[in-house]
Design a protein around this ligand. Structure first.
Ligand SMILES: Nc1ncnc2c1ncn2[C@@H]1O[C@H](COP(=O)(O)OP(=O)(O)OP(=O)(O)O)[C@@H](O)[C@H]1O
Ligand SMILES: [Mg+2]
Length: 319
């Protein structure tokens, strides 16, 4: 990432220098031209895969999109966050819940040796089954790894809650990006300090967040926008993990659209609450997504022999 940032910085300095030169006269501009060409080449090598392509080719457009997103990520708005610790047990240093999330992290890390696995959609059939709980705690657990770069996207554009969980603003988010009212530069935020000025704890300092924004009554339409898969493609190289929270798939179709754009999907079911038929229907709704496994959430006791239903990654998330 820093290579891309440096390249962007150099490109900007170059452009500023070029503007200045074009104002100070033709002779000076001609004298610096060869150096400028070689510097441009080095920027292109850092940011865009060689060989160089024609300006109006699709490959070049894709590179431009990537470049814009990379720039946006490095200028992510720095905010004061006030996380809700009750809803983020993954921020604690020990406890049953953090252990279960660590175990989920290990399983996901193991799976990515066998398949591309950067963007993970987190869904469930009904409301209240724990999608946001699992998505946010999984993102924090992944981000506790000191070199991990993690993005959490609140894809629930109807009742998104992740900005409340992290205690951060939701002025502009995914909805504004998808409806074209906001560019990539304004939708990513990073925590700077906690409210009160304390430094961010592990798990938040590596986390970038995109809140749900305000979709009004257009959530279904926006979730089908080609700008979402474009967003995921453009930023996948800038993150190790991208976790996408969503709305319930048995009730509204938004989540299915988002799931299709991700490398894989996790289905959350809530112990003692989710009915078998609900889970079955959710699996059918998500048939176009690449389902990785099912997360069994909020189980108070879990006998070892009952632990696996034949899905990979099937985990109890409670002690
Ligand atoms: N394993 C758990 N332990 C403790 N609290 C939990 C657990 N799972 C979920 N909760 C709590 O249950 C409530 C509902 O969970 P959550 O908001 O994650 O559900 P959801 O599936 O995202 O619902 P919705 O579809 O309405 O967004 C939240 O207050 C959450 O903090
Ligand atoms: Mg939710």
């Amino acid at each position: 990432m820093s290579k891309i940032y440096e390249a962007l910085l150099r490109a900007e300095q170059e452009k500023a220098a070029q503007d200045e030169r074009s104002q100070t006269g033709k002779q000076e501009s001609a004298a610096v031209a060869p150096m400028r060409q070689s510097q441009e080449h080095s920027v292109a090598v850092d940011v865009v895969d060689p060989p160089p392509v024609a300006l109006d080719s699709p490959e070049n457009e894709a590179s431009d999109v990537r470049l814009n997103f990379s720039r946006a990520l490095h200028t992510a708005n720095l905010q004061t966050w006030k996380p809700d610790l009750d809803r983020l047990p993954a921020m604690q240093s020990r406890g049953g819940k953090i252990e279960q999330f660590r175990s989920l992290r290990s399983k996901l890390t193991g799976l990515r040796h066998a398949q591309p696995l950067t963007s993970i959609y987190v869904g469930s059939g009904h409301a209240g089954e724990g999608k946001s709980f699992v998505a946010s705690n999984l993102a924090v657990t992944l981000a506790r790894h000191k070199t991990a770069r993690v993005l959490l996207i609140d894809g629930d554009m109807r009742r998104g809650t992740l900005h409340k969980v992290l205690g951060c603003p939701n002025e502009v988010g995914l909805a504004e990006y998808l409806n074209g009212k906001a560019d990539a530069g304004s939708i990513f935020q990073r925590g700077q300090v906690l409210e009160g000025g304390e430094p961010l704890p592990p798990g938040l300092s590596n986390l970038t967040f995109c809140s749900c924004g305000h979709a009004g009554d257009r959530a279904a339409e926006l979730s089908g926008s080609p700008r979402f898969p474009e967003l995921i493609r453009a930023i996948s190289d800038d993150f190790d993990w991208i976790i996408v929270d969503s709305s319930p798939v048995n009730i509204v179709s938004d989540g299915v659209n988002l799931a299709r754009a991700c490398d894989s999907a996790l289905l959350v079911v809530r112990g003692g609450e989710t009915k078998f038929e609900t889970a079955q229907r959710a699996l059918r709704e998500l048939k176009s997504a690449k389902l990785l496994g099912v997360v069994l959430n909020a189980v108070s006791e879990f006998a070892p022999n009952e632990g696996h239903y034949g899905y990979q990654g099937y985990e109890s998330l409670d002690e």
